[in-house]
Write a protein that binds this ligand. Structure first.
Ligand code: PMV
Length: 352
């Protein structure tokens, strides 16, 4: 599909509306880090969609008033966020031609701590894109559920790249890959459930809040640093290549290989930031202590506890519910929680 196919219908009738939607966050296994113009990813990525970490958003649209956006985050007015959304709406006008023809009040709240490093931009833009599609269908006519979801994913991508993966449950792929039929740089697609071993359908993601402050590098700056990173091209190629083993692992359920691949992806993302100019170290002492303890624990017990990281210090602890989870949970509580600020942990599971 091409961008042209997402252009909006010129025939629409607008009126006052209030819509609300909810969208979960996601955590990438093969990471997206580096992009081209118009939010085209430099490599394909695959993620798990979370279950409890969500953004709930309502949009009040006042038709035929001067275009303006007011936003409230957990009840508090956020003017910076409103500016970002205004810019975003102007940017997507060709796909939703009615979008600048009214005034907006947007209320949004996350079910997880704002500073947790859980991708609130993914769930946030996912929820906004779903609300916009609801308005679009009211003003321009209904489309099929499949089309509507695809366009919501397309619109979410233009807000925050990884957000486009949050529109689907299960495992989700964004970015063209020879290994995944129908995959696209423009929107995300659901990885086929019948290609996924049962072990991956009942998985935990516990996020250890190692550091709750502001992230030291925003994703915009981080993606930008890949433009001048001398290792970037090799990294993009490696991510593309990683889809080959990933596809086999997802099918045959080889946890050992899965762990190796997922941890490698997380460490590569961080290594790329260390090799950027300027360089950033996104881990904190606690991140390293937790990683070392996880590796020791795996060596001693052979139990499948492993980690992934986003572009920050917090650690996503991944482990399946396959009868080993009680021992793993006990280990996390006694050994790993001490490395968080204020015993902070967000306990989530994959959404299938
Ligand atoms: O969607 P963005 O621009 O915030 O980028 C997020 C990138 C990572 O979360 C670090 C990796 C990923 O694929 O989600």
């Amino acid at each position: 599909m091409t961008t042209q196919e997402f252009l909006g219908k010129q025939n629409f009738t607008i009126n006052n509306q209030t819509v609300s939607e909810s969208c979960p966050s996601n955590i990438a296994l093969i990471k997206y880090w580096g992009k081209y113009a118009d939010q085209i990813p430099a490599n394909p990525s695959i993620s798990f969609t979370l279950n409890h970490c969500k953004t709930n958003t309502s949009i009040e649209f006042f038709a035929n008033e001067a275009f303006s956006v007011q936003t409230f985050l957990a009840g508090n007015e956020e003017t910076k966020f409103a500016e970002k959304i205004e810019k975003y709406f102007k940017n997507i006008e060709q796909y939703l031609p009615w979008i600048l023809k009214g005034k907006y009040i947007i209320r949004t709240e996350n079910t997880f701590p704002h500073s947790s490093g859980i991708a609130s931009s993914a769930s946030g833009f996912g929820a906004i894109a779903k609300c916009l599609m609801k308005l679009d269908e009211t003003f321009s006519g209904k489309s099929s559920e499949e089309e509507s979801l695809r366009k919501a994913s397309f619109l979410a991508r233009l807000g925050s790249g990884s957000a486009c993966r949050s529109l689907y449950n299960g495992l989700v792929v964004w970015g063209e890959s020879d290994e995944v039929q129908g995959s696209s740089d423009l929107f995300a697609v659901k990885y086929p459930d019948n290609e996924i071993h049962e072990i991956f359908k009942n998985f935990n993601d516990w996020v250890l809040l190692i550091h709750e402050g502001q992230k030291s590098v925003s994703s915009t700056v981080g993606h930008g640093l890949m433009n001048t990173n001398p290792y970037a091209e090799r990294r993009f190629q490696e991510a593309r290549e990683n889809f080959v083993p990933m596809k086999g692992i997802l099918k045959n359920g080889n946890l050992e290989e899965f762990i190796k691949l997922v941890e490698h992806e997380a460490l590569t993302l961080h290594a790329m930031m260390m090799m950027s100019d300027p360089a950033f170290i996104l881990m904190k002492t606690g991140t390293l202590e937790v990683i070392n303890k996880i590796w020791d624990f795996r060596k001693e017990t052979g139990l499948p506890l492993f980690f992934t990281l986003d572009a920050g210090a917090n650690v996503h602890l991944l482990f399946p519910n396959n009868g080993t989870e009680d021992k793993i949970k006990a280990f996390i509580e006694t050994e790993l929680l001490q490395h968080t600020q204020k015993n902070g942990v967000v306990k989530d599971v994959m959404r299938f």
